[in-house]
Design a protein around this ligand. Structure first.
Ligand SMILES: [Zn+2]
Length: 85
């Protein structure tokens, strides 16, 4: 059975296969495509609205336990790509 995770954007619960796993590497938010990277992960719907919500509430740093400014460009690019396809 697919386990359930909470999206850090909209805070709703969803199956992990419908969410994107992200981790922090150095000060960059990295998309964990295969959901296998070690370390603390966070889960996000691959949508612009959930990304924006998470950014506005600074949910990335909180979820990933990073206090410094996180670079979200890779994730942002990935979401743009998803939405174009
Ligand atoms: Zn969401």
């Amino acid at each position: 059975m697919d386990s359930v995770r909470t999206c850090i954007g909209c805070r709703s619960r969803a199956s992990r296969s419908s969410l994107l796993r992200i981790v922090a590497r150095e000060s960059e938010i990295v998309v964990d495509e295969t959901a296998t990277l070690p370390g603390r992960g966070a889960w996000l719907h691959p949508t612009a609205s959930c990304f924006t919500d998470a950014q506005r509430r600074r949910a990335f740093g909180r979820a990933l336990r990073v206090t410094s400014q996180l670079d979200a460009r890779q994730l942002e690019n990935r979401l743009t790509w998803l939405m174009d396809n």
